[in-house]
Design a protein around this ligand. Structure first.
Ligand code: ZN
Length: 159
């Protein structure tokens, strides 16, 4: 049997027309009884709430509202601010910066994000998406700042 994951970055909190694309996909999934994965940037979730788009929040809530960082590409990005930190300081800093975003996505969509998708150029392998349920990221990287970010995301997602 072939399994397909429909995974959509849901991240443009600046352009209100982005809501139309999110609505299109969420309605399409609902019509076909498909549960998609909307990788939601917390700032986008907050923007939907501020724009009183409960209709879209409800549509996305029928799918997975996964976590795609607090503010996506706003500087400093993960590699930029983690570059000079050691492992423990890096984990603590990511948790400090991301905890509010995860809580907002959870509160707005009524579900704890089941996975984490790295934002844009803040690359990390798809291990977290695959392995969050058992808590094992399942890979080893030579880039500690990326691993720190992923480890912190796993800590947050398990909370
Ligand atoms: Zn993205």
């Amino acid at each position: 049997m072939v399994r397909v994951i429909f995974s959509l970055d849901t991240e443009d909190y600046i352009t209100p027309q982005h809501d139309d694309a999110v609505e299109f996909w969420a309605k399409l999934f609902a019509e076909r009884k498909i549960r998609g994965c909307f990788n939601v940037v917390a700032e986008y979730a907050r923007a939907l709430k501020a724009r009183k788009r409960g209709d879209i929040i409800n549509l996305v809530s029928g799918n997975e509202a996964d976590y795609h960082s607090n503010v996506h590409s706003v500087h400093p990005t993960f590699p930029e601010y983690l570059d000079t930190m050691d492992w423990d300081d890096g984990i603590n800093e990511v948790i400090r910066k991301e905890a509010e975003g995860i809580k907002d996505v959870e509160d707005i969509f009524g579900q704890h994000p089941s996975s984490y998708m790295q934002p844009g150029g803040s690359f990390a392998p798809p291990g977290p998406l695959r392995d969050v349920p058992d808590g094992d990221p399942g890979y080893d990287l030579d880039f500690p700042f990326f691993s720190v970010k992923t480890e912190a995301a796993l800590v947050l997602l398990r909370a």
